[in-house]
Each structure stands twice: as structure tokens, then as C-alpha cells.
Design a binder for this molecule. Structure first.
Ligand code: XIL
Length: 374
């Protein structure tokens, strides 16, 4: 199989898409004739033979999505979901399937099944993966919480080797460390079992073990709430400088970009990306979503959806402008499977596609914003 290329769809693929487009158009027209309301702010424009997101962003950028939905592989069982994911995206992050609790649930026992499912899907779509994640305070099984530093180092080293080796040909970016700094700018020394047991030295080890195992992969540190210049992003400047000063191989910083629609993107976002780029780092948007207030019927207002489109475009444009930004990943692409509502039931509809898996009205604007290929 052709492994990485996503520059252009094959003619066969294009013909298929043309047929799908015609059928979709006919369905939309039929709904209009029968008077069925277009109740959910999807893109009403007639289908064009536009590039997909992954085609529009190529060759410089990969457009990614988290795969799996809130409950592991429910989404991957949905043919429409699979179809859109494979057509539009060239980078997949297992939403939960590589977290310790799933991939290494007991000491001495790995379960690669769920992560393999994502890897197989990525391969069949001719796409790559972002690996997520090794050192995090969430998603851990109880057994690692209790270990001494010595024991934890042995386990982590073996875990990094096992997991990275297995997905070596798939994963191009790894979140080695995730959310290690809290909202006040301090390392999570208590919450994070790795930092609790070993201190900051475990980050040094983890990045080095990762580099040794997969020298080709880019190694990231990743967090939310660091989009703007501020206490938390300043803390990352200091931490990364300190670690790189010791020769720790950190290649990039991931900005999760979980944005509240009513707040928008911090005005200093672009400058902040540039400041990390100026340190010689790659930057990546790793978990973008834009949550909107929901009414009792789980609907959002037209003006909120418009604003959501502007925010997605703003995030994409900021990334596209920088050579150091080579991937833009959304944390799920469809409101049907998105995680936001499980966090706060009053916020949701956070994705590019609605709960019927139809692109929202602003989809083509987003595609332009992400495009390096027009
Ligand atoms: C979330 C998943 O989306 C949920 O399904 C899971 O229940 C909890 O974790 N930051 C991260 C991601 O780095 O791993 C989190 O994913 C969302 C916030």
C-alpha cells in the first residue's frame, strides 16, 4: 500500500465521490421538496468537486482527527463515520486506545486490540498517526499509581519500547508528555503518578527512551490552556528550555486548543505559536474543538455556529502560516460522537460535522483556511 502520500485522490476515488455527491444532492433536494426543515446548520451549498481537507492541506500540512469517539470503537463501526474520516483526514490520534488503562491494563499484560484497530484503519486510509500518550495524570490503571520510582522507570521504559516499536511505521508524532503543568503554571507533582514518584527526571528519561526507540518520530509535549501568552504557556517556555538545555530531545509542543465558542481564541495565539517556533520547536494543533452552548433540544444558535466557524478558521490560519506547524488535529470531527457533552452537558456541538455527519455551513471556509494547496 502507498504509505504516506495524500496529495491527490485517485480518479476512481474521485468518481466515487462524484456519485456520492450526486446522491447527497438528490437527497437534500428531496428534503427541500417534501418541506423537511434543514434544522441543523449543515453546509447547504450544492456539492462541488472540491478537494477534501487532507488534499487541500497537502503537501505541507496534515489534517488530523481523534478517532474512536468517547467509547472506544463505537464510531469506527459506523460506515459513514469511517468514510468521512478516511476521505478528509490524513492523521489519526487514538482518542483513548493508547492510554495506559486500555493498552496496558495490568502489569505484564498489554492489550493492543483497540490501538491496532485505529492503526489498521489509518493504514487502509493511507494516513499516519499521532501517538497519545505516555506520561499523563489521566487514563492510568491503578497498578501504576502505587509503584516506586525504580519500578515505575522499569515499567515505563518497557512500555515506551513496546508501544512505540509496534506502531513505528504509523506514528509520526508522539505526545510523550501530556498536561504535566497545571493551570497555575506548576508541574503536577501530586496528580501525575510519574512525577510524583520520580520528579522531573522522568521526563528526561521518557524523551530519551522514546528517541532511542523511534528516532524518526517527532516527540511532543502537549497541553490545554496554553494557546495564549500567559502563566501556563510561560511555564512551558521555562520547562522546555530547561530540558533542552540538558539535551533532552523535545521536538515540538502541542496546543490542544479546546476552545469555548463564547470565549474564542486568545488574541496572542499567533504570537505565542511564533514564540515557540522561535525556540526551534515544531508546533502542532492537537485536539481542536469549539464548544457551544446547547438549548434543551441540544441545538445551538445560528450566530454561535457562525462564530464557531470563525474560530476554526482562525485556528487553522494561525497554523497554516507557520512552517513549524505541520499538523492540525481536531478532537473528533462529528457531533455524533464527541466527548464534550460528557464533560459538561450544557456545552457541545463542538465539531466540523453535525450529529447527522453533515459538514457544517462553515466547512468550505475552514477548508480554505487550512489550505496550502489553492
Ligand atoms: C479524553 C477523551 O476524549 C475521553 O473519551 C476520555 O473519557 C477522557 O479523555 N486532553 C487530552 C485527551 O489530552 O486525552 C482527553 O481525551 C481530552 C483532554
Amino acid at each position: 500500500m502507498k504509505p504516506t502520500s495524500h496529495a491527490a485522490a485517485t480518479p476512481k476515488c474521485r468518481r466515487l465521490r462524484a456519485w456520492c455527491a450526486i446522491i447527497t444532492f438528490a437527497c437534500v433536494a428531496l428534503n427541500a421538496c417534501t418541506g423537511q426543515a434543514d434544522e441543523d446548520q449543515s453546509d447547504p451549498s450544492p456539492p462541488e468537486m472540491a478537494l477534501t481537507l487532507r488534499e487541500a492541506a497537502a503537501p505541507r500540512l496534515r489534517v488530523g482527527t481523534a478517532i474512536g469517539g468517547a467509547t472506544t470503537s463505537e464510531a469506527l463501526a459506523d460506515p459513514s463515520y469511517r468514510h468521512i474520516a478516511a476521505e478528509e483526514f490524513s492523521l489519526f490520534t487514538p482518542e483513548n486506545q493508547m492510554k495506559w488503562r486500555i493498552i496496558h491494563p495490568q502489569r505484564g499484560r498489554y492489550d493492543f486490540g483497540p490501538a491496532d484497530e485505529v492503526a489498521n484503519f489509518a493504514r487502509s486510509a493511507g494516513a499516519k498517526m499521532r501517538g497519545h500518550t505516555f506520561i499523563w495524570h489521566g487514563g492510568n490503571p491503578d497498578w501504576i499509581e502505587q509503584l516506586s520510582c525504580d519500578a515505575l522507570r522499569v515499567e515505563l521504559r518497557a512500555h515506551i519500547r513496546q508501544v512505540m516499536t509496534r506502531y513505528k511505521s504509523d506514528v509520526i508524532e508522539w505526545d510523550i508528555a501530556n498536561e504535566v503543568i497545571d493551570d497555575s503554571g506548576k508541574l503536577r507533582m501530586q496528580e501525575n503518578p510519574f512525577l510524583r514518584a520520580c520528579g522531573v527526571g522522568i521526563l528526561v528519561d521518557a524523551f530519551r527512551w522514546a528517541r532511542d526507540t523511534a528516532p524518526e518520530a517527532e516527540l511532543f509535549i502537549n497541553d490545554y490552556g496554553i494557546e495564549g501568552v500567559g502563566q501556563k504557556s510561560d511555564a512551558y517556555v521555562a520547562l522546555i528550555s530547561q530540558l533542552r538545555g540538558q539535551g533532552v530531545p523535545i521536538d515540538g509542543i502541542g496546543f490542544q486548543a479546546h476552545i469555548l465558542g463564547r470565549d474564542g481564541v486568545p488574541p496572542s495565539f499567533q504570537d505565542n505559536l511564533r514564540r515557540f517556533e522561535g525556540m526551534g520547536l515544531k508546533v502542532a494543533i492537537t485536539e481542536a474543538d469549539v464548544r457551544l452552548p446547547l438549548d434543551a433540544a441540544d441545538q445551538s444558535t445560528d450566530s454561535d455556529v457562525r462564530r464557531q466557524g470563525e474560530i476554526y478558521a482562525e485556528l487553522a490560519t494561525a497554523c497554516r502560516r507557520l512552517h513549524s506547524c505541520q499538523s492540525f488535529t481536531v478532537w473528533g470531527f462529528s457531533d455524533r460522537y464527541h466527548w464534550a457533552k460528557s464533560v459538561n452537558p450544557q456545552l457541545g456541538n463542538a465539531c466540523l460535522f453535525d450529529a447527522n455527519l453533515r459538514p457544517k455551513r462553515f466547512f468550505s471556509t475552514f477548508r480554505k483556511a487550512i489550505s496550502t494547496n489553492l
